[in-house]
Design a protein around this ligand. Structure first.
Ligand code: SER
Length: 586
């Protein structure tokens, strides 16, 4: 079974059980500042698990793109990945344990669906947590038994194994029941955990049904949620591997072309390096391709992205790739995924340019960094060494760790993190200070500039063409900053034209109003918006006379006549293929 078939079957199955299919959300969480990436399918659904009403109803199913970097050191083995797709079905205060478990069983074992051998499946349920007064999950246990699961294949695990969430530091969480598939391998000799949760490779966890009935508060307390939810997650990569009797995710159709291309470019072979390159560049391509337009940097998501790309490049050197190659692999990845994630195709130029730039930048410092590492490698790497290797020589911590391993020395990661945090916090305070005026101030000035944003975008499209899309914006009470896709410096004449058009629309005293509609209707009306996977429900469409129609949450002024005189004060490059203007209202 191919990955495509699996995804299709999953969605079809849950559709037949009354679930609405929704598109994958962005990899960058919208409403959760406590984590950098969307780590699970439930993450974008948190507001609804907490009781908010979802426009598509109380039964939802989807395939969500996810990034988890906590296991980055394990990448290269058979199963661990930093990017993966997660199949999920949700009950938002609708069905609970009985239906969730029975449907999981039906989907896994029925010949109409996956048709796995029931005898090879084991399960686990939550054993309870005395400290927090959460009992053994008798209900889940009984349901499994009633389905016919022999009691000796129903394992009881504690919080470490059978508890899930919250995705960030607070939020919905609960006990879970997990399903494992027996690979048929002989028992491992040095199993650390009894039963299928052992990492020895005999069993693979294929599905996790979380019964989200608690909310973890900022004080670390578990409160009963007002509604009982189900959150399930099945990893596409590992399930495809299991269905095809493959021993690892890299043998699946998802990686076939990627690994093939890597081997083609290499002059020697090293399985771990090939896998790290494939995994890291897949994650990097998806982060770059996300509508949020993240670029490699030393902060937050950009920092993770930089580490992924650079580690892939270094492993490229290990297998003898001498020319720039990350973009070549990205092209294969985009080709494989573009039908399911059309943002990759849309942002292809950006992905490629960013990879080329980062590879160029890194290639310049890599040789120096390796030399520097050699100098210090007579002793264990201190936190400060690792910090200097990154900030001065561009070697991310993963590369330092790889090198240390190769030289049989250790790295003081803890002190590295402490020094890096200090450094990042300094730059963050600097940025936060600058930003505060804009965020703290919801005054009329910011509303006026926000309305001006819409006029500016439409004017830019009129003058430069319809390829212009918004790539970012930041408003303070004094000015607007607007990033947009365009690959050339604007000429003075173009800047003048944009100013003239905006001022003309201000003088025309256009009425500003909005209407709520579905994304389809918005598209039909030719509203401007980022038409990737961001809007699943009803959206607000703001109209400014007949001049501008744009999806936006507001707020805006009532009439463009309130805006004043528009002037562009600066036009510059923001990143590859993206220009930035600053403008004021006088
Ligand atoms: N949230 C759970 C997981 O990520 C189930 O979807 O495994």
């Amino acid at each position: 079974m191919t990955s495509e078939e699996l995804k299709k079957k999953y969605l079809e199955f849950f559709k037949s059980k009354g679930h609405a299919i929704i598109p994958s959300a962005s990899l960058i969480p919208e409403n959760d500042p406590t984590v950098l990436f969307t780590t699970a399918g439930m993450h974008p659904l948190v507001p609804y698990l907490m009781g908010g009403s979802h426009p598509e109803g109380t039964r939802i199913t989807d395939v969500q793109k996810c990034i988890r970097t906590s296991d980055i050191d394990e990448v290269g083995d058979s199963w661990h990945l930093t990017f993966f797709e997660m199949l999920g079905n949700w009950s938002l205060g609708d069905y609970f344990k009985k239906e969730a478990i029975e449907w999981s069983w039906e989907f896994l074992t029925s010949n109409n669906w996956l048709g796995l051998d029931p005898k090879r499946i084991s399960v686990s349920v939550f054993s309870g947590d005395e400290n927090n007064n959460i009992p053994f999950d008798q209900e889940a246990y009984d349901i499994w038994k009633s389905i016919g699961m022999p009691p000796e294949r129903i394992y009881r695990y504690d919080k470490k194994e059978n508890w899930w969430g919250p995705a960030g530091k607070t939020g919905p969480c609960g006990p879970d029941t997990e399903m494992y598939y027996d690979s048929g391998k002989a028992e491992c000799a040095n199993c650390t955990t009894e039963g299928p949760a052992c990492d020895c490779g005999k069993f693979a966890e294929i599905w996790n049904n979380v019964f989200m009935q608690y909310n973890k508060t900022a004080e670390g307390k578990f409160e009963e949620l007002s509604q009982k939810n189900v959150d399930t997650g099945m990893g596409v990569e590992r399930t495809v591997a299991i269905l095809n009797g493959q021993k690892n995710t890299y043998d699946t159709d998802l990686f076939e072309e990627i690994i093939k291309k890597i081997k083609e470019l290499a002059t020697n072979s090293n399985q771990t390096s090939e896998r790290i390159i494939a995994d890291h560049l897949r994650a990097a391509t998806f982060i770059l391709g996300d509508e949020k337009g993240i670029s490699p940097s030393n902060l937050d998501q950009g920092y993770v992205l930089r580490r992924l790309i650079r580690r892939a490049i270094r492993h490229g050197k290990i297998i003898g790739i001498t020319k720039p190659f990350s973009f070549i692999i990205a092209e294969v990845i985009i080709q494989k995924y573009k039908d399911d994630y059309n943002e990759l195709q849309k942002n292809k130029d950006f992905i490629i340019e960013q990879l080329v730039q980062e590879e160029e930048k890194f290639s310049k410092t890599l040789a120096r960094g390796l030399k520097e590492f050699e100098k210090i490698s007579e002793h264990d790497v201190t936190g400060h060494d690792a910090f200097i290797l990154f900030t001065t020589y561009g070697l991310p911590i993963e590369i330092v760790k790889d090198l240390a391993k190769e030289n049989d020395i250790s790295v003081d990661e803890k002190n590295f993190e402490i020094e890096l945090k200090k450094h990042q916090n300094l730059s963050r305070t600097a940025t936060a200070g600058k930003f505060k005026g804009g965020l703290a101030d919801h005054s009329e000035e910011t509303t006026r500039l926000h309305t001006t944003n819409h006029l500016t975008l439409q004017a830019l499209r009129t003058v430069l063409g319809d390829h212009v899309n918004q790539k970012g914006s930041n408003i303070t009470k004094d000015r607007l900053r607007f990033d947009f896709s365009h690959d050339k410096k604007m000429t003075p004449e173009e800047i003048q034209k944009v100013e003239d058009i905006v001022n003309e629309q201000i003088n025309n005293k256009l009425d500003v109003s909005f209407e709520e509609m579905s994304v389809e209707e918005a598209k039909e009306k030719n509203a401007i918006g980022v038409f990737e996977h961001k809007y699943a429900d009803k959206v607000k469409v703001y109209k400014m006379g007949d001049f501008s129609l744009e999806i936006c949450g507001g707020p805006h002024v009532k009439n463009t006549g309130e805006l004043g005189h528009f002037k562009i004060t600066k036009e510059e490059s923001s990143s590859a293929g993206v220009r930035r203007i600053k403008a004021v209202l006088q």
